[in-house]
Ligand binder design. Structure first.
Ligand code: PLP
Ligand code: COI
Length: 362
């Protein structure tokens, strides 16, 4: 099938205006959902078919549906913003479309054409545009995903798939509102090994991270940081964010995206913005022992995490079985804040977009 607007069926029972306003006062992350969703089906025989935007509703799945057993599932996360001039826009959505294709390939799933991915995201935002929260930093978080929908228990790639996009009104990802987050170094669990699925955005990666994330929470931390699977030495990324390290000589490093970490679109944007700002930016391995030594010597001055949900978030404290250490003064670093402001200003149209990153919707 070709692209163009998908058939639309309005939700006959949308959330009432007053109730929607109440839900949008403090939406947090991932709890408030809009009235509609996109669905597109795929089968080996028909290809992509039956694309539509319809009322958001529960799915009915046969208990033998493949995804429920072998986790053949991938997803994306991107935000729609209201710009300073009132129009709506997506930030680098073509990058999400392409990463979704790479994830599909790794999970032996069909690759959704980029234009269908973009049409699905844009049309859903247009239909549900009343769901932008009127709060500082508010956005509509889009969650495109695809599941193996064939009813079959054999272990093989499914012959049928369901692609969907749901939308969620979003405020801040971290509840506490603290100036910086704390992270727990996972020594027992790893997230990804060479040849594995670390670079794919598949649900299985997140399932495998949860026990480590729970440990982080038990230790009083916001997030877990994973080390490499072979040596348990090299810093990789957080459960849902990439990491950057800034040194007192103006160098900024981030672990290389060479197969075991997610190639974050925020990460890529930060690399570009930091280079333009004159920082000496390098994609380079960084050992956890060095991290502690550099924090203690004062050579390491700022650390931040970044991702669609978290934007750019300062890391203040690092905890592990080897003891705790603090980055700088433990709060939000100056360069971190500058990079965050630059990124957010581009995303919201407050500063000119010289990179062609912002795609307007209307
Ligand atoms: N790393 C992981 C494991 C993630 O889940 C995410 C979130 O999407 C990121 C990094 C950041 O990626 P992006 O900036 O594309 O949102
Ligand atoms: C995102 O930032 O979009 C993520 O996917 C992180 C997490 C919510 C899974």
């Amino acid at each position: 099938m070709t692209s163009g607007a998908f058939p639309f069926e309005a939700n006959p029972n949308p959330v009432e205006t007053a109730e929607r306003a109440a839900r949008l006062v403090d939406p947090g992350f991932g709890r408030v959902f809009t009235d509609h969703m996109v669905t597109i089906r795929y089968s080996d025989a028909k290809g992509w078919y039956d694309a539509k935007v319809g009322p958001r509703a529960p799915l009915t799945l046969d208990p033998a549906t493949a995804v429920l057993h072998y986790a053949q599932e991938i997803f994306e996360g991107l935000k729609a913003y209201r710009l300073a001039d009132g129009t709506m826009a997506l930030f680098r959505p073509e990058q999400n479309a392409r990463r979704f294709q790479r994830s599909a390939k790794r999970l032996a799933m069909p690759e959704l054409p980029e234009e269908m991915f973009l049409q699905a995201c844009k049309q859903l935002v247009q239909v549900d545009k009343d769901w932008f929260p009127p709060v500082d930093g508010g956005s509509i978080y889009l969650r495109p995903f695809m599941i193996a929908s064939e009813v079959f228990l054999g272990v093989k790639p499914s012959a049928e798939y369901l692609f969907m996009v749901i939308a969620s009104s979003a405020g801040n990802y971290f509840k506490s509102g603290a100036p910086a987050i704390s992270i727990w170094v996972s020594e027992q669990y790893t997230r990804a090994a060479r040849g594995g699925t670390g670079a794919a955005k598949c649900g299985g990666n997140y399932a495998a991270s949860l026990v480590a994330q729970s440990e982080a929470i038990r230790q009083g931390c916001d997030q877990v940081v994973f080390l490499d699977a072979a040596e348990h030495r090299w810093v990789e990324e957080l459960g849902g964010m990439n990491l950057f390290f800034l040194f007192d000589d103006g160098s900024l490093i981030t672990p290389p995206a060479d197969g075991t970490i997610l190639e974050g679109i925020t990460r890529d944007s930060v690399l570009t913005l930091a280079r333009a700002q004159g920082l000496n930016v390098r994609e380079e391995r960084y050992a956890v022992d060095q991290w502690r030594a550099d924090a203690e010597s004062g050579r390491l001055v700022e650390v931040f995490a970044c991702g669609t949900a978290a934007v750019v978030t300062p890391v203040g404290t690092v905890k592990s079985t080897q003891g705790d250490f603090t980055i700088g003064a433990g709060g939000a670093g100056q360069i971190t804040q500058q990079i965050r402001t630059k990124l957010v200003d581009i995303q919201r149209g407050a500063t000119p977009d010289t990179h062609g990153w912002v795609q307007r919707i209307d």
